[in-house]
Design a protein around this ligand. Structure first.
Ligand SMILES: [Zn+2]
Length: 58
């Protein structure tokens, strides 16, 4: 069940800080959540019902 738990995590797995939500991408039909320390990024694409996760934010 760790995989499912990871899909819904709203905290950085590295530093455990709450992710910031980038609402500027609302019009692009996706939500980006990022760690304030740039350890982790998660994109949610409602149209695709898919999460894209990154361990590093470029
Ligand atoms: Zn972090």
């Amino acid at each position: 069940m760790n995989f499912l738990k990871r899909l819904f995590i709203d905290k950085c797995p590295t530093c455990n800080k709450v992710l910031n939500t980038n609402k500027s991408s609302f019009l692009k039909a996706k939500v980006i959540k990022t760690c304030p320390e740039n350890h982790y990024q998660k994109e949610f694409h409602p149209a695709l019902e898919t999460y894209i996760e990154s361990d590093k934010v470029s």
